[in-house]
Design a protein around this ligand. Structure first.
Ligand code: PLP
Length: 370
């Protein structure tokens, strides 16, 4: 097994904490500890003040799994496993798959959704979007999935394109998995980051026996620093096996993070709503910016989530563009090819409050470069 470097994470490691501005982050601004504790009720504050800093349960403490369970009406506590999202992906793929197994995964994607299955030695086919509008068509997926397919991997709202499915399209995807009796791993990290008026998709673990849903605090809530995620599946034995694999990784979650995550989930709307409003405002602003720079960018506004993949109409590669941008302005952006996308594209993230200021500086950079 050989894992290639995680290109996106290495580029973030180089610039994220030194660049002045972040144009491509997929998470929303991180809330402060005081914001979270300010909404906690007396019982939640008591739990916070009396945390024991020992090990926690491998599955996640019951009070946290109870807070998670409210979002998955069909799930029992034994069908919910707490760990960091990347770890859950890694452990789940290793439990489900071996070399030679056939997998269909979404592409472009957050690298771990392709890299882990490739590193296991699976035969991998890629479900790609329409090149004009960035939408994924279940009919294309149907062509790729066969009787011997072990796993389909999806991610909606989609990072990086911001593509989303209608409930009917998700039903089609579930039907394709069911028809071929394969697992359906759904990375739902951007769950609930859906604009008003767009129908929210249900977690696939609610829709299908072999559906596996993963969500966490990083994106929708703006609490990436908690490092908390969870996996939900109707197959209790599968969840137990993933937990047992995880004994070789983090083993259990941090006790303070568990308490804070439960508080965040119990007051979800308080944290989610401002994130959705910020994203909506920034998308509108960016649309105006793209119009002002006619011909330079091809932008399909995201249907959901916090990011879009923006095509660049210029002579540089996207990596050259990003390197020049960060060196000359302090704005960090990330190239689309880190997600397996077009050479000439960048990801734009809409979840940051200083987005208008970043656009002003980007405007100067582009104007000077003319
Ligand atoms: C689609 C997707 N899955 C998983 C992750 C990993 O989430 P976390 O950073 O909370 O581990 C990310 C992070 O960018 C993501 O975009």
């Amino acid at each position: 097994m050989r894992l290639n470097e995680f290109k996106l994470e290495r580029y973030f490691a180089k610039h994220e904490f030194t660049a002045k501005y972040l144009l491509s982050s997929s998470d929303c601004d991180g809330y402060k500890m005081q914001d979270l504790l300010a909404v906690a009720d007396a019982a939640e504050l008591k739990r916070w003040e009396t945390i024991k800093l020992g090990y926690t349960e491998g599955m996640g403490s019951p009070f946290l799994r109870e807070a998670i369970q409210k979002f998955y009406p069909k799930a029992t506590l034994n069908q919910i496993l707490v760990a960091s999202p990347g770890e859950l992906n890694y452990a789940c793929m290793h439990v489900l798959l071996q070399a030679g197994d056939h997998v269909v995964t979404i592409s472009p994607s957050y690298q771990s959704l392709t890299e882990v299955v490739e590193s296991i030695g699976c035969q991998v086919d890629y479900w790609k979007p329409n090149s004009e509008n960035g939408q994924f068509n279940p009919t294309d997926l149907d062509q790729l999935v066969h009787e011997n397919t072990k796993l389909i991997i999806i991610n909606f709202p989609h990072n990086p394109t911001g593509s989303y499915l209608s409930p009917a399209e998700l039903t089609d995807v579930v039907d394709i998995a069911r028809k071929n009796d394969c697992y359906l791993y759904s990375d739902e990290m951007y769950y609930k980051l859906v604009p008003e008026g767009t129908e929210e998709l249900q977690p696939v673990s609610e829709l299908y026996q072999k559906g596996i849903s993963v969500w966490g605090t990083s994106k929708s809530l703006g609490m990436a620093g908690l490092r908390t995620g969870w996996l939900v599946s109707q197959e209790e034995e599968l969840v137990r096996k993933i937990m047992s694999f995880k004994d070789y990784l983090s083993m259990c979650t941090s006790a303070p993070a568990e308490v804070l995550t439960a508080i965040a989930l119990n007051h979800l709307q308080h944290f989610l709503k401002p994130n959705k409003e910020k994203i909506k405002k920034n998308i509108l602003l960016f649309q105006g910016f793209v119009n002002d720079h006619a011909g330079l960018f091809h932008f399909v506004p995201p249907m959901a989530g916090s990011t879009a993949l923006v095509k660049l109409n210029m002579n540089k590669t996207s990596l050259q563009f990003c390197d020049d941008l960060v060196a000359q302005t302090g704005i960090m952006a990330v190239p689309g090819n880190f997600f397996g996308a077009d050479e000439k594209s960048i990801r734009v993230g809409f979840g940051r409050a200083n987005f208008p200021q970043i656009l002003d500086i980007l405007n100067d950079f582009l104007t000077k470069g003319k």
